[in-house]
Design a protein around this ligand. Structure first.
Ligand SMILES: Nc1ncnc2c1ncn2[C@@H]1O[C@H](COP(=O)(O)OP(=O)(O)OP(=O)(O)O)[C@@H](O)[C@H]1O
Length: 265
């Protein structure tokens, strides 16, 4: 179970400037603002938002990569800021950079991570076999990852993230660069992991692809400009917007401010 409460994060960047002598002005980007949501076990929760909505920033804070300015992040009741190691041990995280060791085989990459998580070698090897079955990667399991395709890299990175059988699975744009079959395979694997047979995992993933979210998610958090502008199941969001197509509902929800601002300009 993952719970996020009133999360905020801003970044300060240098604005561009032509002058050699004047320091360019600073710009503040509010990446995430007062974001709250709850992702229960046995459910797939999707963070859906356009580019720059704050999805990756949110998931990076959940992974303990940097602290929020404000707010609380909890994994199975454990505070990520206060007890990062225990919280991280309860999560399998697939980030945007897959960072595999190219000289190791897929299996060795998976087993190595298992060992880092405190598993003994036999258990890590057994688990690599189970995951290879689940993610349909038996063909590549004993190949060096050097030269792997995008889909093969993603599967290996996902298997590595799941090696310690975490109760919570966090995925940032997992289908980026995958073809239709690989996307289907991933969808099936996530459905299995959500089911009682798959361990009723709590799954949180980010995406800007509506069809993916529509087909997979029990709960959708629509993000825009760092905020959650709406939350609910797909039927609830359709009812809330009075739309029959999810794409229309999403555009209405995610870009509502912009049309108002454009109208006022
Ligand atoms: N390290 C950083 N420094 C400055 N600005 C940042 C940094 N990281 C994120 N941002 C800004 O914060 C905002 C949210 O970015 P984020 O990557 O979280 O969005 P996203 O919803 O994941 O977008 P996308 O779908 O394009 O990946 C953007 O305006 C981005 O430029």
């Amino acid at each position: 179970m993952i719970r996020i409460e009133q999360l905020s994060k801003q970044f300060t960047t240098q604005a561009g400037g032509k002058s050699l002598f004047k320091r360019p002005p600073r710009r503040v980007v509010q990446a995430v603002q007062s974001l709250s949501f709850h992702a229960p076990d046995g459910r797939i929760t999707g963070l859906l938002g356009p580019n720059g909505a704050g999805k990756t920033t949110t998931l990076r804070m959940l992974a303990g990569l940097f602290p929020p300015d404000q707010g609380r992040l909890e994994v199975d009741g454990i505070d990520v800021l206060k007890q990062p190691r225990s919280a991280l041990a309860r999560m399998g995280i697939l980030g945007d950079a897959h960072g595999l060791y190219p000289r190791l085989t897929a299996r060795e990459n998976i087993v190595y991570f298992g060992r880092l998580q405190g598993m003994d070698s036999d258990a890590a090897h057994d688990r690599a076999d189970v995951l290879a079955e689940l993610l349909d990667m038996r063909r590549i399991l004993d190949r060096r990852t050097e030269g792997f395709s995008q889909g093969e890299r993603m599967k290996t990175a996902l298997a590595r993230a799941l090696v310690h059988d975490p109760a919570n699975i966090v995925l940032d744009e997992p289908t980026n660069g995958l073809d239709v079959l690989a996307t289907r395979g991933l969808r099936d694997a996530l459905r299995h992991l959500r089911s009682p047979e798959g361990g009723r995992k709590c799954i949180v993933f980010s995406s800007h692809i509506m069809q993916e979210v529509e087909q997979l998610c029990d709960h959708v958090v629509v993000m825009a400009r760092g905020r959650a502008v709406a939350q609910g199941s797909v039927p609830e969001l359709l009812a809330q917007t009075g739309e029959t197509r999810f794409e229309e509902a999403f555009v209405k929800l995610a870009f509502a401010d912009e049309s108002t601002e454009e109208a006022l300009a």
